[in-house]
Design a protein around this ligand. Structure first.
Ligand SMILES: Nc1ncnc2c1ncn2[C@@H]1O[C@H](COP(=O)(O)OP(=O)(O)OP(=O)(O)O)[C@@H](O)[C@H]1O
Length: 672
């Protein structure tokens, strides 16, 4: 056995060789020119591809080129193990690195099929390998390694994994590519056509898994997905900012990220929860379909087209038959176009009967003629989604017709505007309205589908919002991530089967139960709320016991206690999140200011470099901080209808320690 230092020296040499090779690959990519393209458009396209390639080959100093190594088990060889085809040694890293001259692989991409063993091999199934080695890095330097024999008994928990999880958070979220766990890896490598839905307790790695699956799919189906696109949907801008560095660190620079508001349009109005709850239900899809098609009316008159001295007629019943045959069989917009064409075609048949020989151009002319347009505008008028929704929410009689048998009177009353705007142009739209408008848009004209959608915090989306997302992966697939216990909206999901049904995707639901973020003591404290918010869910487990991580204190002066706790937390390493009721943000920020503690208030923009962040409770979802201070749980719980679920989210943001400060009684549900 070589001495530890000799092993380290050899591995460092391999790292240096790989770095040099990557530099050469990048230089080569930079030397390529887009001039070979024949025209301006192709040149632009090629140039952007080359730029992406160069960006993807960047050597991120903080993200080591490889993190693991596997040694083949030559004793097994051949047989079913497949060991005969395996390389003697493979290094697993963020991307392929090869030696330019001989094309010799120095590092294999973690997403390559052969790399799967790094995540999945174990004593139960060594997959042809003898040894797994994990590397520890510090500031880009290889500083440690840890060997795990794959023959023989199971090894204990990996020190490198624990250290990786406990490493203080400073900036945005990091990738977990070096330490993906076997059950996470199963989800990451699910095949492209498969939609997977992951129910996971706080900190089980759902977000991480979703992002890594996107990277995996892009690698495995590069061309198809480059054409059709991959989109990550997250709850808010602060969250998207937090996760934005993960995919680029994995070499994927072309993935879009959006909130549901980015996709559907930002709301310009608010409304009572009763209204949005009704508007969020899937029944609204039927109401909208009826409302739209009510615009197609029975023709009262026929059609007369004059060409030269000739007149051609269609009787009213003929026009009616044509409209009836098309009604509801296509999208509204294409139905309208087809209606015009069929009317014109009937006229053409009459022309032919009279001995004329009209061609396609004549049909087009007739279809665009004034009389046909007149019939079109009266029978099948052009409508915009805004016009239809405006009419629906402003006109009780029209709503009554569209919602008959679908919404009862109270529900209709809940969504009708008490004081409608003057017209659809001046109407203001809520978040729920945006999803309705999107549904209408799709009923008029088909929405384009992407190749793959990753939907995070999916439990918070309404049926109508899920339908909107479903349209955007109609011919693709999705990764749906969430936690039923963290549902904080009026329309939060109660079952993943329903979520998948609204999304229109057939998928498997899997569960992640091992928490990586939150220490055990903190998780147990938060889990006291579970019977009250999601009784059917299992209690989450934590990877780390976290003795001493939780402190719950009743204090006479909340403001002063919060400042003191923040100061104490700042004395320890890592990020500090001070999570407070939204209404109390300004007061706490002012107190920190007065105490001279540098801080920022978390908002939609980039966080900046401050270690101490004041976090409004409603923005904490999906985020994490090393030290968390929560002020006044009762006020957080009381601030909204699903306040206990919000409190559960807030109490599960800590990686290292949670300090709960309260002047009022804790919510009874927390006194387990
Ligand atoms: N296999 C892993 N190795 C190292 N760290 C991990 C692993 N899995 C998850 N983590 C870390 O655990 C933390 C929580 O992960 P993540 O945010 O993805 O969880 P989540 O399930 O989305 O949580 P929440 O429901 O609270 O939003 C992150 O810091 C993540 O990097």
């Amino acid at each position: 056995m070589p001495a530890e230092s000799a092993v380290l020296a050899a591995e460092r040499a391999h790292l240096a060789e790989s770095r040099a090779a990557l530099r050469r690959m990048r230089e080569h990519a930079e030397s390529l020119s887009a001039d070979v393209a024949g025209d301006w458009v192709s040149a632009q396209f090629l140039e952007s591809l080359l730029e992406q390639r160069v960006a993807a080959l960047a050597d991120h100093p903080g993200a080591p080129l490889f993190f693991g190594r596997m040694d083949r088990d030559d004793a097994v060889g051949g047989g079913d193990s497949g060991a005969g085809d395996l390389p003697a040694v493979m290094y697993v890293g963020r991307r392929h690195v090869h030696d330019g001259d001989e094309g010799r692989p120095l590092v294999l991409d973690w997403r390559a099929p052969v790399s799967r063993a790094f995540y999945q091999a174990g004593p139960a199934d060594p997959m042809g390998w003898r040894l797994r080695r994990r590397f520890g890095f510090s500031g880009g330097e290889l500083t440690a390694f840890e060997d795990e024999p794959l023959r023989g008994g199971a090894a204990g928990p990996s020190r490198i994994l624990t250290e990786e999880i406990e490493r203080p958070r400073t900036g945005p979220m990091r990738d977990i590519v070096a330490t993906i766990q076997p059950d996470q890896d199963e989800i990451v490598r699910a095949d492209l056509p498969r939609t997977v839905c992951v129910q996971g307790a706080p900190g089980t790695g759902k977000t991480a898994v979703g992002l890594h699956r996107a990277a995996y799919l892009l690698f495995t189906h590069r061309e198809r997905l480059a054409r059709s696109g991959v989109l990550i949907v997250g709850p808010n801008r602060a969250f998207l900012g937090y996760i934005s560095a993960v995919l680029p660190a994995l070499g994927e620079v072309g993935v879009e990220q959006a909130t549901i508001d980015d996709l559907l349009g930002a709301p310009t109005a608010e409304e009572p929860a009763e209204a949005s709850a009704v508007k969020g239900e899937a029944r609204m899809a039927d109401v909208l379909r009826k409302a739209l098609w009510l615009h197609v009316t029975k023709p009262a008159e026929g059609l007369v087209v004059t060409r030269g001295s000739a007149r051609y007629r269609l009787a009213d019943h003929e026009v009616r038959e044509i409209a009836a045959a098309l009604r509801g069989t296509t999208r509204y917009g294409s139905g309208r176009a087809a209606f015009a064409q069929r009317l014109a075609h009937r006229i053409l048949v009459q022309m032919e009967k009279r001995g004329e020989a009209p061609d396609d151009r004549v049909q087009e002319q007739v279809a665009r003629s004034k009389p046909v347009k007149h019939v079109l505008d009266t029978v099948w008028p052009k409508v915009t989604p805004e016009q239809v929704l405006y009419r629906l929410l402003a006109d009780p009689a029209f709503l009554g017709r569209a919602a008959k048998g679908l919404l009862d009177e109270a529900e209709q009353a809940a969504i009708l505007w008490p004081k409608p705007a003057r017209s659809h142009r001046s109407a203001r739209w809520t978040a729920a309205d945006r999803a309705l408008l999107d549904e209408l848009r799709d009923l008029v004209e088909r929405t384009a589908s992407l190749g793959h959608l990753v939907v995070d915090e999916a439990q918070d989306l309404s049926a109508m919002q899920l339908r909107a997302l479903g349209r955007r992966c109609g011919t693709g697939s999705a990764t749906v991530l969430g936690d039923l216990a963290q549902g904080t909206t009026a329309w939060s999901a109660r079952s993943w089967r329903e979520v998948l049904a609204h999304l229109g995707q057939d998928g498997d639901v899997t569960e992640l139960t091992l928490g990586f973020r939150v220490p055990g003591t903190v998780l147990d404290f938060a889990a006291r709320l579970l019977p009250h918010i999601a009784p059917a869910l299992e209690r989450p487990r934590s990877l780390r016991p976290g003795a001493g991580a939780l402190e719950v204190r009743r204090v006479p002066d909340l403001g002063a206690a919060v400042v003191a706790a923040a100061r104490e937390a700042l004395a320890r390493p890592g990020s500090v999140g001070l999570i407070v009721p939204d209404a109390a943000v300004a007061a706490h920020a002012a107190a920190l200011e007065a105490a001279g503690l540098e801080h920022a208030v978390l908002g939609p923009g980039p966080g900046g470099g401050t270690r101490l962040l004041v976090v409004p409770a409603t923005l904490a979802k999906g985020l994490e901080y090393d030290q968390v201070v929560v002020a006044e749980p009762a006020a957080i719980a009381a601030a909204e209808a699903r306040g206990l679920a919000r409190l559960y989210v807030v109490l599960t943001r800590a990686v290292t320690s949670l300090t709960v400060l309260h002047r009022d009684e804790l919510p009874a549900e927390l006194n387990g």
